[in-house]
Design a binder for this molecule. Sequence first.
Ligand code: NAD
Length: 334
Amino acid sequence: MQTAVFSAKNYDREFLGAAGKAAGHALTFFEPRLDRETCKLAEGFSAVCPFVNDVLDAEVLARLAAGGARLIALRCAGFNNVDLPAAAEHRLRVTRVPAYSPYAVAEHAMGLILTLNRRIHKAYNRVREGNFALDGLLGFDLHGRTAGVVGTGKIGQVLAQILSGFGCRVLLYDIRESDACRAFGEYVPLDQLLAESDMMSLHLPLTPDTRHLIDAAAIARMKPGVMLINTSRGGLIDTRAVIEGLKEQRIGYLGLDVYEEEADLFFEDLSSRVIRDDVFSRLLTFPNVVITGHQAFFTREALSQIAQVTMESLTAFERGEPLEYEVTAAVLRK
Ligand code: NAD
């Protein structure tokens, strides 16, 4: 199937290219992010393969449909960047990759917890500069601490298992409780999780209900000095409120792999450019903040699975078969 791949990096060419070749799909890779300017590149392609920060608003979708597109095959789990009612209006089907390696993201969240706690980001630089002093690197045992997992779907469950392996008391919160997850922790109301957790990690989709779940009011209910981790979507956190929380030392550690306004920053080398986002720049000034640029998914296993599932969706669509991982506007009403 003729497919336009947007936001294409070298690793996309490697993993999607190999899977596309094996499945007999003709993929054309475009480096730019999909938006109102670049969507004309997709003219004549029946499928479009976007990534997390590509823009799929009503106008872009209308133009893609007018250009002949019939399928949007997202190569990611989240679909908050797609106007699903507009997609339906333009008869564009939308698929995603809901379940690639949850280990990739959960292990990265754990990596952020360990880095922040043991100040590995500081120690790395110190040792390279011949500074072997330990002052300022004091951590705490994770064993026996209380860890909150907010969202106990595929990724949250793996993190709960990892944290229970570390000997943490694990508190869980989700609107749909999972029996499998109960093996690793105890479901409690969100307020209790906020009040009792020494560290907490967010594993929710970004929806109108979850946007700014962590706002000033939630931060006020958290245990002073809490460690907050977000590897899900930046919009789950009100970043300005979190900055206030860091300044007031209510938040003792912050680990982010996602950021509300990441679309203008992440996935590009901006090292010789001036960063104009003052909120992001402020975050970078705190010694107790570690930010990675949306890399939690970035393992060989996850990229292989993403490529495989995306090709399966293209093949099913081409053959007129049911789309196993279709997302429709109905999901917004659930
Ligand atoms: P999932 O669908 O398996 O789990 C999400 C959980 O959130 C579900 O159990 C659901 O019931 C719960 N939930 C939804 N709305 C809720 C609400 N209002 N209150 C409480 N719970 C609610 O998803 P997953 O595979 O575990 O992924 C979680 C998120 O991680 C994704 O939505 C995506 O945004 C993010 N993600 C990030 C990366 C990365 O590289 N940083 C990679 C993959 C996924």
